[in-house]
Design a protein around this ligand. Structure first.
Ligand SMILES: [Zn+2]
Length: 314
């Protein structure tokens, strides 16, 4: 199996903005799966893997890049089917073990939209240290720390083919949201340092947690760095980025959802309390209506039978 710029035995499966992307790596004992999608879409994840020729029952290892539930929500079902062990970085393993709802941002979305508390994470079977080199099929990967978006996040670096599995530390010109209210403002500098470390690798291709495979890695890092510098200078830009992404994830998780229901969800969620003032209002319903209008103008969301539906894939 191969997809374009990735070498033989690596398969990239792009998902959406509620489910993290997958990277599948062939191994003699069975395929290795990096990141497993959102808990709400476990069945769809199985179907998606099967459609790509990957039997979920045959997995030999499950890897999670970080603690956010859109990256490990499929673990439980996949472990039931395959018995595969779970591997992750040491900080993610600690967060799994203590069912760290704060690190998962569980309370921030309201109504358990983002994380199903009845399904706590399984604990890790293999705990990787930063700097360790792990063999995934025929490819050796170095485990890198990639803090910023998630303090526990790892990236995986394969030197020979210059492949960087960047997860949410690098999307195409962007990264996952920076939750300074939970983790502190220093995570913006940490995200910048991570981006600069990524630049020094001179990767040929990056595998992001969301969005398409990145072929112009240097260009993507330049645009990310620019964005992060703006976040440092102007906290309202960081807040807009975060609130926009979180609201879009809420629509994806709840859709089809009426505007009134979405406003109620937003009022129940924590993120308006922490970031609304940076956007000029602490009124969650008012901000939700404003942002939904903007989504509709940008054709990101449509109204179908009186309910909102996102135009992007989950
Ligand atoms: Zn994330």
């Amino acid at each position: 199996m191969t997809t374009g710029p990735l070498p033989e035995g690596m398969l990239f499966i792009e998902r959406g903005w509620l489910n993290a992307n997958h990277l599948v790596i062939d191994a003699p004992e069975g395929p290795i799966l990096i990141d497993t999608g959102h808990v709400q879409d476990q069945q769809f994840t199985l179907n998606r893997l099967r459609a790509a020729g990957v039997a979920p029952e045959s997995l030999s290892l499950i890897v999670n890049t970080h603690i956010h539930p859109d990256h490990w929500g499929g673990n439980r079902r996949l472990v039931e089917l395959s018995g595969a062990p779970i591997a992750c970085g040491v900080r993610t393993a600690e967060a799994f073990a203590r069912n760290d709802l704060r690190a998962m941002w569980a309370e921030y979305f309201g109504h358990d939209l983002y994380h199903d508390r009845s399904q706590p994470p399984l604990t890790a079977d293999r705990i990787w240290q930063i700097g360790e080199v792990v063999q995934l099929g025929r490819y050796a990967f170095e485990i890198l720390a990639a803090p910023g978006h998630a303090p526990d996040s790892i990236a995986l670096w394969h030197e020979e083919h210059r492949i960087l599995v960047s997860a949410d530390a690098l999307h195409d010109g962007d990264c996952g949201v920076l939750h300074v209210a939970i983790h502190g403002r220093e995570i913006v500098s940490e995200a910048l340092e991570t981006a600069r470390r990524f630049r020094s690798l001179n990767a040929a291709v990056a595998v992001p947690g969301h969005g398409p495979l990145i072929l112009d890695v240097a260009g993507a890092i330049d645009r990310l760095e620019q964005r992060l510098l703006e976040f440092q200078q102007d906290p309202s830009k960081l807040a807009r980025h975060l609130c926009g992404r979180v609201l879009m994830s809420s629509i994806l998780a709840a859709q089809p959802v009426s505007l009134d229901d979405l406003c109620r969800l937003a009022a129940d969620a924590r993120w308006f309390d922490d970031y609304g003032h940076l956007l000029g209002s602490r009124d969650g319903a008012q901000l939700t209506r404003l942002m939904v209008n903007e989504f509709m103008e940008r054709n990101l969301v449509r109204v179908d039978n009186g309910s909102l539906i996102a135009n992007m894939s989950r």
